[in-house]
Write a protein that binds this ligand. Structure first.
Ligand SMILES: Cc1cc2nc3c(=O)[nH]c(=O)nc-3n(C[C@H](O)[C@H](O)[C@H](O)COP(=O)(O)OP(=O)(O)OC[C@H]3O[C@@H](n4cnc5c(N)ncnc54)[C@H](O)[C@@H]3O)c2cc1C
Ligand code: SF4
Length: 321
């Protein structure tokens, strides 16, 4: 690991000046950043430990719910308000990694964690995402890579909480040198064509302060389902987050977001359209699941993800029915 200065600001307004020269990186729970430092994938001159910023901790009630970016994933999974009204988020948080990692890892860190592509994580492969000239996954091992939105990099976004938060309509409160701005989480993530070296719209000087969830309508039903190879702990090979607003037994509106299949959480409005105005019958569910995977472009080794994702969505919708 390369030596770095550790700074621990206690005022939110001091953070951006520690980041804006591009030589600093934020440390929250450290479950992702410390691995990257040890592997020398990142070699910042300055690590900015934000754990002393009291306003970034904890969950508070507002119009909906406001979650500080330093809220641990375990606290998100166990909070009664989240479990009652934002079921998909509680289920997604509970599916992250292991109890130890959920106790250390934070919600902000989960949204900003870097890709898990094995070429990216190995110092032996100077791939496109690290400023190199080649994507090794294209002709290499690509079982876990993207089936949607890939090129020139084929990472999948690793966060489980992101698809659930997008399905539930989350907004981010972002702080930077220019002050505060709000951004829908659905607009936060950026694919490799738009932004090859990072996965989101944060400026160098910015951090996520809080995540705001709107109050769901009484008729909203939501769920999150994930397929992972190891049941003890594993990233999603594919996941689905569904939030549906019902009108009696019919679907009025909603959001369906896929995880583990694209460089960003992958919204599939075409699947929702198949459900609108219909009850959650087998025929409607089959139509939505088929629409969700339309346009998938698998690589050599990951064609199985198309069937897997279609069936996961089917199962999630059956559960909501
Ligand atoms: C073995 C293992 C298994 C895992 N399995 C899963 C899984 O199944 N599902 C899943 O979703 N994740 C999984 N993870 C990832 C884990 O959830 C993340 O590492 C964790 O959520 C990151 O949170 P953190 O607070 O530790 O972030 P850190 O490691 O502190 O930071 C992660 C990144 O986010 C940046 N960052 C942190 N907070 C902010 C902020 N507020 N604003 C802007 N940038 C910020 C940091 O600079 C860094 O680049 C796994 C990780 C490991 C090691
Ligand atoms: S998929 Fe992305 S991170 Fe992986 S090797 Fe290709 S460019 Fe690098």
């Amino acid at each position: 690991m390369r030596a770095f200065d550790l700074v621990s600001p206690t005022r939110l307004q001091d953070v951006s000046s520690l980041l804006e020269d591009g030589k600093g990186q934020i440390l929250a729970g450290g479950t992702d950043l410390l691995d990257r430092l040890k592997e020398r994938i990142d070699q910042p001159e300055r690590v900015v430990d934000i754990n002393g910023l009291r306003e970034l901790h904890g969950i508070t009630n507002g119009v909906g719910l406001s979650l500080g970016s330093l809220t641990t994933i375990a606290d998100v999974a166990e909070d009664g308000r989240v479990r009652d009204a934002y079921t998909a988020l509680a289920e997604a948080a509970a599916s992250v990694a292991t109890p130890q990692l959920r106790n250390m890892g934070t919600l902000g860190g989960n949204l900003c964690q870097r890709p898990r592509c094995w070429y990216y994580r190995s110092n032996d492969y100077p791939c496109l995402k690290k400023g190199g000239h080649e994507c090794y996954a294209v002709s290499g091992r690509n079982k876990y890579h993207a089936i949607f939105g890939g090129g020139p990099s084929y990472i999948v976004h690793p966060s489980d909480t992101a698809p659930a938060l997008i399905a539930l309509g989350a907004e981010l409160e972002i702080h930077g040198a220019q002050g505060e701005r709000m951004l829908a989480l659905a607009d936060f993530f950026q694919g490799p064509r738009e932004n090859l070296l990072s996965e989101n719209a944060l400026g160098l000087d910015e951090l996520i302060a809080r995540i705001h969830l709107p109050k769901p309508k009484a008729s909203t039903r939501s769920t999150f389902l994930k397929f992972r190879e190891k049941q003890s702990l594993d990233f999603a090979v594919s996941s689905v987050a569904v939030a549906l607003e019902m009108d009696g037994e019919s679907v009025r509106d909603g959001r369906i977001v896929l995880g583990g299949v694209a460089p960003i959480p992958w919204s599939v409005p075409a699947a929702v359209e198949q459900l609108q105005g219909r009850t959650l019958s087998s025929a409607a569910i089959d139509d939505a699941a088929a629409a969700a995977v339309e346009g998938a472009r698998p690589l050599d080794e990951n064609g199985f993800k198309v069937t897997l994702t279609r069936n996961l969505l089917r199962r999630a919708l059956q559960q909501l029915a």
